[in-house]
Ligand binder design. Structure first.
Ligand SMILES: Cc1cc2nc3c(=O)[nH]c(=O)nc-3n(C[C@H](O)[C@H](O)[C@H](O)COP(=O)(O)OP(=O)(O)OC[C@H]3O[C@@H](n4cnc5c(N)ncnc54)[C@H](O)[C@@H]3O)c2cc1C
Length: 495
C-alpha cells in the first residue's frame, strides 16, 4: 500500500499547521512555498544591523498552538519561549496616554484615573460581556468546521442566544460600543479591534468585541521573534517526514475528471497529488490565477477586500521616551480613517499609528544604542494599481506629525528604515491587491460568508486567513488544523 500524497501550497502559518498535523498522522506531505523562508506574513526585514519582525507582533490565543503541539506529542512551552506582557498596549491621544493591562482591575484603575469612575465601571461591564460573547462563540463558531447561521444558533443555547441578543447582533461594533464607552477615546480604542480582522469598526458586526476579551486573556511576545513560530512548526513537520520546499512557486493546478491530479511549478516541474491544501488567499483561485478551472472552486460571494497597510521596519537610536512594547497613537477623527480607506480608496489623512517597540520586552529603558521598531498604518487594498509615491510620502508625514504630538520626535536622518506598501504586499501575496486579511468582515452575515476548508473541488481543501474562522495568526492556524482534520476524514492514509 502506498501513502496518499498531499501537496500543501503555501507555507503560511495555516499551511504549516496542516503540514505538521498530516505528517504526524503519517501522510506523505510536500509543502511548496514560493518565498525563500516559511511563515508568509510572519516575516522579518533587515533594517540597518537589526532584523525587525515586520508582520504580526501581537501573539494571542496561545492555546491554539499548545493544543496543536500536544496533539503531535510536543510541548509548546519547551520549544518556544514567550513572555507574557503585563501592559497589553499603551494608547496616546497627543500628550494624554492610557495603558491597558492584562489584569482588568489594573486597567479599570487606569481608566478611572483617565476618564472617571462611571467609565471604569462600564469598562468592567464590557469585560464581562465580551468574555461571554467569546465563550458563546468559541465552540459553535470559532472551532466549528463549517458554521452557518442555523448551526450556530442551534448550538448557542439559551444563555449564548441571550448574550448575542443583548449586544444587538445586527448592530455594528461602533454602535454597540456606545453602550459601554461614553468617553469617545475609549470607543475608539475598543473599536480599533475590528482592524485586527482588516475591517472598519463602523461596518463590522458587534460580535467582534470578543477580540477585546482575547487580548485580555493574554498577549505574549515570542522571545526569539515571531518567525521562531513558523520555523519551529516547519522543523517538527520535517522530523515527521514532510518535505518543505522553499522557492517553489505553484503556477497552476491541473484537473482530470473534476479532481486535481498534479500541480505545476513555474519551473515546469509537475508534482502529482492525491489532495491539495491551498494556503494562499482564495482570491488567487477565484481570479483564475492558478487555472481558469479553479475560478469556481470557492462559492461566488460579494467581497470587499480587507485592509492593507503601509509598514516601516526601522532600526532607530534607542529612545528614552516612555513607550511600551505595543503602542497606538490616535488622531481626532476616527471615522475619516475608514471612509478614506473603504469609500475613497485613499490613504487616510488622519491615520491611527501602531508602533511596536520590539526591543522592549522586559524593560522600557534600553541600554543598547539602537532599537527595533515597526510602524503600521491601515491602507486601502489597491496594491494592483501603480503606487502614488506622493500620496505615500504625505501619509508618512502625517504619521511622523502624529507621533511628534505625543513627544516622539523623529530624526529621519538617523533612522534606517524599510517601507512596505500595498503594492509590495500584492506582490508577496498574489491576487490580494495587498489586502492582508482576506475579505472584510462587514455586515452581520459576513462571518458566515468566508469559505470553509471545503472547496467545490473534491480533493482541494482551503486554509489561511481568507477562510473560516478568519485572519490573525491563531485563527489562521485553526483553519490549518480544520483543513487537515477535514482532509483526514475524507481521505484515508493509504491507497
Ligand atoms: C503587517 C501585518 C501585521 C499583522 N499583525 C498581526 C498581529 O499582530 N497578530 C495576529 O495574530 N495577526 C496579525 N496579522 C495577520 C496574520 O499575520 C495573518 O492573518 C496570518 O499570518 C496569515 O496566515 P496564512 O496561513 O493565511 O498565510 P500567509 O501568511 O498569507 O501565507 C501564505 C503563503 O502562501 C504562499 N503562496 C501563495 N501562493 C503561492 C503559490 N502559488 N505557490 C507557492 N506559495 C504560495 C505565500 O508566499 C505565503 O508564504 C498581521 C499581518 C500583517 C501583514
Amino acid at each position: 500500500m502506498t501513502k496518499k500524497k498531499i501537496v500543501i501550497i503555501g507555507g503560511g502559518i495555516a499551511g504549516l499547521c496542516a503540514c505538521l498535523k498530516l505528517a504526524h498522522q503519517g501522510y506523505d506531505v510536500t509543502l511548496l512555498e514560493k518565498a525563500e523562508q516559511v511563515g508568509g506574513k510572519i516575516r522579518t526585514i533587515q533594517a540597518g544591523d537589526l532584523l525587525i519582525d515586520s508582520g504580526p507582533t501581537v501573539f494571542t490565543m496561545r492555546w491554539v498552538f499548545e493544543e496543536l503541539f500536544k496533539e503531535c506529542d510536543e510541548n509548546f512551552s519547551e520549544l518556544i519561549s514567550t513572555t507574557s506582557l503585563p501592559v497589553l498596549a499603551r494608547h496616546f491621544w497627543g500628550k494624554e496616554q492610557l495603558d491597558l493591562y492584562a489584569d482588568e482591575h489594573l486597567s479599570a484603575k487606569a481608566i478611572h484615573e483617565f476618564s472617571g469612575k462611571k467609565q471604569s465601571d462600564l469598562f468592567l461591564e464590557f469585560c464581562r460581556v465580551s468574555k461571554k460573547v467569546y465563550e458563546s462563540l468559541e465552540s459553535p463558531y470559532i472551532r466549528a468546521r463549517r458554521p452557518t447561521l442555523t448551526s450556530m444558533m442551534s448550538q448557542l443555547g439559551l444563555s449564548g442566544t441571550k448574550t448575542l441578543m443583548g449586544i444587538g447582533p445586527f448592530k455594528n461594533l461602533w454602535q454597540s460600543l456606545e453602550n459601554f464607552f461614553p468617553d469617545p477615546r475609549l470607543q475608539q480604542l475598543f473599536g480599533r479591534y475590528a482592524t485586527y480582522c482588516g475591517s472598519s469598526p463602523f461596518l463590522a458586526p458587534a460580535t467582534l468585541m470578543l477580540i477585546a476579551h482575547v487580548e485580555m486573556v493574554g498577549v505574549w511576545s515570542i522571545n526569539e521573534g515571531m518567525t521562531k513560530l513558523p520555523q519551529t512548526i516547519a522543523q517538527l513537520a520535517r522530523v515527521r517526514g514532510a518535505s518543505i520546499r522553499n522557492g517553489a512557486q505553484v503556477k497552476r493546478m491541473l484537473l482530470s475528471d473534476k479532481e486535481i491530479t498534479q500541480v505545476e511549478l513555474d519551473t515546469g516541474e509537475m508534482i502529482p497529488a492525491d489532495a491539495i491544501i491551498f494556503n494562499g488567499d482564495v482570491a488567487a483561485l477565484s481570479s483564475g490565477l492558478l487555472g481558469s478551472e479553479l475560478r469556481s472552486a470557492t462559492p461566488a460571494m460579494p467581497t470587499v477586500s480587507s485592509l492593507s497597510a503601509i509598514t516601516w521596519s526601522a532600526s532607530i537610536p534607542s529612545n528614552q521616551l516612555p513607550i511600551s512594547h505595543h503602542n497606538v497613537f490616535f488622531d481626532d477623527d476616527y471615522a475619516s480613517e475608514f471612509t478614506s480607506i473603504f469609500d475613497a480608496k485613499k490613504l487616510p489623512s488622519k491615520p491611527t499609528v501602531y508602533l511596536c517597540a520590539q526591543s522592549r520586552i522586559h524593560t522600557e529603558k534600553l541600554s543598547t544604542p539602537s532599537e527595533k521598531v515597526l510602524l503600521l498604518v491601515n491602507a486601502p487594498a489597491n496594491g494592483d494599481l501603480p503606487p502614488s509615491t506622493s500620496e505615500i510620502e504625505l501619509c508618512q508625514q502625517h504619521v511622523f506629525q502624529l507621533l511628534g504630538k505625543s513627544g516622539f520626535q523623529i530624526n529621519q536622518e538617523s533612522w534606517e528604515m524599510v517601507r512596505t506598501t500595498p503594492q509590495d504586499f500584492h506582490q508577496l501575496f498574489p491576487a490580494t491587491k495587498g489586502a492582508l486579511y482576506g475579505m472584510a468582515t462587514h455586515g452581520w452575515m459576513s462571518s458566515f460568508q468566508r469559505p470553509s476548508s471545503i472547496s467545490n473541488i473534491k480533493n482541494l481543501f482551503l486554509a489561511g486567513g481568507s477562510v473560516h474562522p478568519g485572519p490573525g495568526v491563531p485563527m489562521a492556524a485553526l483553519s490549518g488544523r480544520l483543513a487537515a482534520a477535514t482532509l483526514m476524514d475524507r481521505l484515508p492514509l493509504t491507497k
